[in-house]
Design a protein around this ligand. Structure first.
Ligand SMILES: CSC[C@@H](O)[C@@H](O)C(=O)COP(=O)(O)O
Length: 358
């Protein structure tokens, strides 16, 4: 199966080559495919903040490469490069607040620095850590795709109608995807009748990115307004809602793209199963519950304008871009360490004590 999954992978959004970070600009997809190159930490932080790169795992991977670039700049400057590098850690940490993968990746890079021996090649050590963060995310995706597809196979007859929110595909990760990875694997096994993709207002990750990824692979997809989800659950035989996550707390609460919470409430009402797919780098055991998760608020113009063109009345907009789904609305969390059904604090702790499955 792993080979079939790898062969199905078409899109990638992050490349590390010629000692620079290259990102597929997700602000202009699908109308334009533009790659941009980055050479220092402030530029990478800007790319994260401005959503050139987005999606929790992808943000973490970009930040890890950002530290490699920053170290190169600081070493060339001379002086106390290690102290100067702390400013780069900070600028990257300040780029977006909700997805914990960003902080997880920065911590892994800092740990690597702390473990350097006097004769180590600093840049080679940091580069190899960043590459390993990137590759292990891709590996985690492949494991999760198989586990999630297995759940779909076990729980209902085939083929099925699935609904997803935001973009959790190759664009949002080191490759293949989390929730979209499960959907891809299910499609390869003939289990997917149709995918309903929420457009995901206001940034339109669903209409611009998810629909593009799925259509590019010939997976039957219909785009729907976010507000159509309840009606579709009632009338289109949807069996699963499958989403990703930006941060999962120790009790199993899940922060994900704004609108996920209302999907979970609606899914429960309609008896539709609710699956969250995320690598363990998205699990934050330091936070007790979703109440503690910082929720990013983005500028109102994202809601008031389309392509820079104002269409809304002259009012203030409120634009929280994530919400928290309580654990008791979630049927299953799928990670590369295994699955947790009906998550709670004890089950999350047991999961985190396991090692990866593959
Ligand atoms: C595998 S991506 C999981 C989440 O990061 C995704 O669902 C999401 O909410 C992305 O938000 P974004 O604001 O586009 O970075």
């Amino acid at each position: 199966m792993r080979e079939r999954l790898l062969a199905a992978e078409k899109v990638k959004a992050i490349e590390w080559r010629e000692d620079a970070l290259h990102l597929l600009d997700q602000r202009v997809l699908p109308l334009q495919e533009v790659w941009r190159s980055y050479g220092d930490a402030p530029a990478v932080a800007g790319a994260i903040r401005e959503m050139v790169v987005r999606g929790a795992p992808a943000i973490g991977i970009a930040a890890a490469y950002g530290i490699v670039l920053a170290a190169r700049v600081r070493l060339a400057e001379g002086g106390d490069w290690r102290a100067a590098l702390e400013a780069d850690f900070q600028v990257l940490a300040d780029s977006r607040p909700t997805a914990v993968n960003l902080f997880w990746a920065l911590n892994r890079m800092r740990d690597r620095l702390d473990k350097l021996k006097p004769d180590d090649d600093v840049l080679a050590a940091l580069e190899s850590m960043a590459v390993s963060i990137h590759q292990s995310d891709r590996e985690a995706n492949l494991t999760m795709a198989q586990l999630g597809a297995e759940l779909i196979r076990k729980n209902q007859g085939n083929p099925q109608n699935l609904l997803t929110h935001c973009n959790t595909g190759a664009l949002a990760t080191g490759g293949f995807g989390t929730a979209l990875g499960v959907i891809r694997a299910a499609h390869l096994e003939g289990m997917v009748e149709r995918v309903y993709a929420d457009e995901t207002r206001p940034w339109l990750q669903g209409s611009r990115l998810t629909a593009w990824e799925l259509a590019g692979e010939g997976i039957p997809v219909s785009l729907n307004a976010d507000s159509a989800a309840a009606h579709l659950m009632k009338t289109r035989g949807i069996t699963w809602v499958i989403v990703g996550a930006d941060r999962i707390t120790a009790n199993g609460d899940v922060a994900n793209k704004i609108g996920t919470y209302q999907l979970a409430v609606t899914a429960m009402h309609h008896g539709v199963r609710f699956m969250v797919v995320a690598p363990s780098s998205t699990i934050d055991m330091n936070l007790e519950s979703g109440e503690d998760i910082p929720i990013e608020e983005r500028p109102g113009h994202e809601l008031l304008e389309v392509n820079g063109q104002r269409f809304a009345a002259d009012v203030e907009a409120v634009n929280p871009v994530f919400d928290v789904t309580p654990a008791d609305l979630i049927d299953v969390i799928v990670t590369e360490k295994g699955i947790v059904e009906r998550p709670d604090a004890a089950k999350m702790a047991a999961l985190m004590s396991r090692s990866r499955l593959h």
